[in-house]
Design a protein around this ligand. Structure first.
Ligand code: 5GP
Length: 140
Protein backbone atom coordinates (compact mmCIF):
# COMPACT_ATOMS: atom_id res chain seq x y z
CA UNK A 1 0.00 0.00 0.00
CA UNK A 2 1.25 3.46 -0.90
CA UNK A 3 1.30 6.12 1.85
CA UNK A 4 -1.72 8.45 1.58
CA UNK A 5 -1.02 11.75 3.37
CA UNK A 6 -4.75 12.50 3.81
CA UNK A 7 -4.95 9.94 6.66
CA UNK A 8 -6.02 11.36 10.04
CA UNK A 9 -2.53 11.20 11.60
CA UNK A 10 -1.08 12.99 8.57
CA UNK A 11 -3.69 15.69 9.19
CA UNK A 12 -2.73 15.88 12.88
CA UNK A 13 0.97 16.18 11.93
CA UNK A 14 0.17 19.10 9.63
CA UNK A 15 -1.94 20.78 12.34
CA UNK A 16 -5.12 20.45 10.24
CA UNK A 17 -6.85 18.41 12.96
CA UNK A 18 -6.28 19.09 16.68
CA UNK A 19 -4.79 16.53 19.07
CA UNK A 20 -4.08 16.31 22.79
CA UNK A 21 -0.31 16.36 22.45
CA UNK A 22 1.88 14.75 25.09
CA UNK A 23 5.29 15.36 23.52
CA UNK A 24 6.99 16.22 20.25
CA UNK A 25 10.57 15.97 19.03
CA UNK A 26 12.36 16.20 15.69
CA UNK A 27 11.20 12.73 14.57
CA UNK A 28 8.03 11.89 16.53
CA UNK A 29 4.72 13.11 17.93
CA UNK A 30 2.90 11.58 20.93
CA UNK A 31 -0.77 12.31 21.61
CA UNK A 32 -3.84 10.84 23.29
CA UNK A 33 -5.91 8.26 21.42
CA UNK A 34 -9.28 9.96 20.98
CA UNK A 35 -11.12 6.62 21.47
CA UNK A 36 -9.04 5.16 24.30
CA UNK A 37 -9.24 1.47 25.13
CA UNK A 38 -8.19 2.37 28.68
CA UNK A 39 -7.51 5.58 30.62
CA UNK A 40 -4.20 7.03 29.42
CA UNK A 41 -4.14 5.28 26.01
CA UNK A 42 -1.46 7.17 24.08
CA UNK A 43 -0.20 6.98 20.49
CA UNK A 44 3.35 7.65 19.28
CA UNK A 45 3.89 8.28 15.57
CA UNK A 46 6.85 9.15 13.34
CA UNK A 47 6.86 12.41 11.42
CA UNK A 48 8.26 10.46 8.48
CA UNK A 49 5.42 9.32 6.21
CA UNK A 50 5.22 5.54 6.66
CA UNK A 51 2.22 3.24 6.29
CA UNK A 52 3.48 0.63 8.75
CA UNK A 53 6.58 -0.90 10.33
CA UNK A 54 7.74 -2.25 6.96
CA UNK A 55 7.71 1.22 5.42
CA UNK A 56 9.95 3.27 7.74
CA UNK A 57 13.65 4.07 7.76
CA UNK A 58 15.70 2.26 10.41
CA UNK A 59 16.97 5.57 11.77
CA UNK A 60 13.48 6.92 12.51
CA UNK A 61 12.19 3.54 13.71
CA UNK A 62 14.96 3.49 16.32
CA UNK A 63 13.98 6.98 17.50
CA UNK A 64 10.30 6.02 17.51
CA UNK A 65 10.87 2.95 19.67
CA UNK A 66 13.01 4.86 22.15
CA UNK A 67 10.43 7.64 22.33
CA UNK A 68 7.63 5.07 22.77
CA UNK A 69 9.43 3.63 25.78
CA UNK A 70 10.07 7.13 27.19
CA UNK A 71 6.38 8.00 26.91
CA UNK A 72 5.40 4.58 28.32
CA UNK A 73 7.54 5.26 31.41
CA UNK A 74 5.61 8.52 31.94
CA UNK A 75 2.24 6.79 31.34
CA UNK A 76 3.22 4.11 33.87
CA UNK A 77 4.13 6.75 36.48
CA UNK A 78 1.05 8.85 35.74
CA UNK A 79 -1.61 6.14 36.03
CA UNK A 80 0.18 3.42 38.06
CA UNK A 81 -1.49 0.56 36.12
CA UNK A 82 -0.83 -3.12 36.85
CA UNK A 83 0.72 -3.47 33.39
CA UNK A 84 1.32 -1.63 30.12
CA UNK A 85 0.60 -3.00 26.63
CA UNK A 86 2.64 -1.61 23.75
CA UNK A 87 0.89 -2.59 20.53
CA UNK A 88 1.57 -1.97 16.85
CA UNK A 89 -0.66 -3.29 14.03
CA UNK A 90 0.27 -3.79 10.37
CA UNK A 91 -2.41 -3.89 7.64
CA UNK A 92 -6.17 -4.37 7.90
CA UNK A 93 -5.96 -8.09 8.55
CA UNK A 94 -4.01 -7.32 11.73
CA UNK A 95 -6.55 -4.67 12.77
CA UNK A 96 -4.77 -1.54 11.53
CA UNK A 97 -7.30 1.21 10.79
CA UNK A 98 -5.10 4.30 10.38
CA UNK A 99 -2.43 3.84 7.73
CA UNK A 100 0.31 5.95 9.28
CA UNK A 101 2.64 3.89 11.49
CA UNK A 102 1.90 4.20 15.22
CA UNK A 103 2.61 2.52 18.53
CA UNK A 104 -0.21 2.22 21.08
CA UNK A 105 0.66 2.58 24.77
CA UNK A 106 -2.24 1.12 26.76
CA UNK A 107 -2.30 0.99 30.57
CA UNK A 108 -3.74 -2.31 31.86
CA UNK A 109 -5.40 -3.14 35.15
CA UNK A 110 -5.94 -6.61 36.62
CA UNK A 111 -9.61 -5.74 37.08
CA UNK A 112 -11.48 -4.30 34.12
CA UNK A 113 -11.67 -5.24 30.47
CA UNK A 114 -10.17 -3.17 27.66
CA UNK A 115 -12.72 -1.06 25.83
CA UNK A 116 -13.37 -1.86 22.17
CA UNK A 117 -10.68 -0.75 19.71
CA UNK A 118 -11.36 2.72 18.25
CA UNK A 119 -15.00 2.78 19.29
CA UNK A 120 -15.95 5.22 22.07
CA UNK A 121 -14.74 8.81 21.97
CA UNK A 122 -13.54 10.29 25.28
CA UNK A 123 -14.41 13.80 26.45
CA UNK A 124 -11.97 16.60 25.59
CA UNK A 125 -11.66 17.37 29.29
CA UNK A 126 -10.61 13.82 30.19
CA UNK A 127 -8.16 13.63 27.27
CA UNK A 128 -6.55 16.97 28.17
CA UNK A 129 -6.33 16.02 31.88
CA UNK A 130 -4.66 12.72 30.97
CA UNK A 131 -2.24 14.40 28.55
CA UNK A 132 -1.32 16.88 31.27
CA UNK A 133 -0.72 14.11 33.79
CA UNK A 134 1.60 12.29 31.36
CA UNK A 135 3.47 15.51 30.51
CA UNK A 136 4.08 16.11 34.23
CA UNK A 137 5.70 12.68 34.49
CA UNK A 138 7.92 13.00 31.39
CA UNK A 139 11.66 13.05 32.01
CA UNK A 140 13.76 15.47 29.98
P1 5GP B 1 -5.00 1.17 14.55
O1 5GP B 1 -6.28 0.38 14.45
O2 5GP B 1 -4.65 1.72 13.19
O3 5GP B 1 -3.88 0.43 15.19
O4 5GP B 1 -5.31 2.35 15.54
C1 5GP B 1 -5.76 3.59 15.17
C2 5GP B 1 -6.09 4.34 16.44
O5 5GP B 1 -6.33 5.69 16.09
C3 5GP B 1 -7.37 3.83 17.15
O6 5GP B 1 -7.04 3.42 18.46
C4 5GP B 1 -8.29 5.05 17.14
O7 5GP B 1 -9.01 5.17 18.34
C5 5GP B 1 -7.33 6.20 16.92
N1 5GP B 1 -7.91 7.34 16.23
C6 5GP B 1 -8.74 7.31 15.14
N2 5GP B 1 -9.06 8.57 14.76
C7 5GP B 1 -8.41 9.41 15.62
C8 5GP B 1 -8.34 10.83 15.71
O8 5GP B 1 -8.96 11.58 14.95
N3 5GP B 1 -7.55 11.34 16.70
C9 5GP B 1 -6.87 10.53 17.58
N4 5GP B 1 -6.12 11.15 18.50
N5 5GP B 1 -6.91 9.19 17.50
C10 5GP B 1 -7.67 8.63 16.53
Amino acid sequence: MKYDSTNIFGQILRGEVPAFVVDEDEFTLAFMDIMPQARGHTLVIPKEPAVDIFDISEKVLARLVLQTRRIAVAVDKAFEPDGVSIVQLNRSAAGQTVFHLHFHIIPRWNRGELKQHGAIQSSSKALENNAQLIRKNLKE
